[in-house]
Design a protein around this ligand. Sequence first.
Ligand code: ATP
Ligand code: MG
Length: 231
Amino acid sequence: MKVISLLGEKGGVGKTTLAINLAITLSNMEYKVALLDADPNRNASKLISLRDSDKPIDAFPASTQPHKDVKKYKKYDFVIIDSPGRVVDVSGKLNEGIAISTVACSHLVIVPTSASPNDILGAGPTIDLIHRVNQDRGKKKPKVNYYFLLSMVQGNTRLARDAREHIRRLYNDKGKKVKIFETETAPRIAYQESLTIGESVTEYQGIFGRAKREINALTEEVLKNAEKIVL
Ligand SMILES: Nc1ncnc2c1ncn2[C@@H]1O[C@H](COP(=O)(O)OP(=O)(O)OP(=O)(O)O)[C@@H](O)[C@H]1O
Ligand SMILES: [Mg+2]
């Protein structure tokens, strides 16, 4: 079982959309996939429930401790975790419990961000949190691998061209280069339309669909990365 999570305190950057698209696309490649919904709003599960019942996807609600939940899904090839944005408790205090627990059980963490400098900066607390979990692991356990993913990026703009450099400038860590997926997603209506029937863009679009190509390319990159995971 390999655990891949979509993480980010910043809301609306595409975590749920990407979690659903990855889960369905991997599942259609004959991998056994569980979508673990760690967001209390349960949007991922609700969207998956809109699917035609002939094409089921195993989606499960998570507790506030996803690292405990994943133990139930050892028979799956992949567990994809959709995590919430910023969570505050009743007193208004930031509650990072779900995020910490999610990172703790992940083999690969994907942090989506738009190309906007504000959003790229907004990923800071999430990257700090991943580093904290990694430090707490000590030397014996492998560090959690994380990648930025540029999401909803308008191609052929100066902002898009500069985004990678901007991420590197902010997040290269002590000489270690921050990793960014080659694949980017553009703002495309297919990402929204497909979810009205709980489908991935890879199911919804025809062979020349651009969103479909993006998710296929992303899935390939994720699989290439997952091959290196030693369980
Ligand atoms: N590539 C895209 N093109 C167009 N719209 C997109 C794209 N990706 C996501 N969206 C839309 O952007 C909005 C936010 O996406 P999504 O819910 O996936 O983000 P999120 O990071 O999960 O948000 P939250 O932190 O609130 O859970 C949704 O309306 C979604 O349909
Ligand atoms: Mg979400």
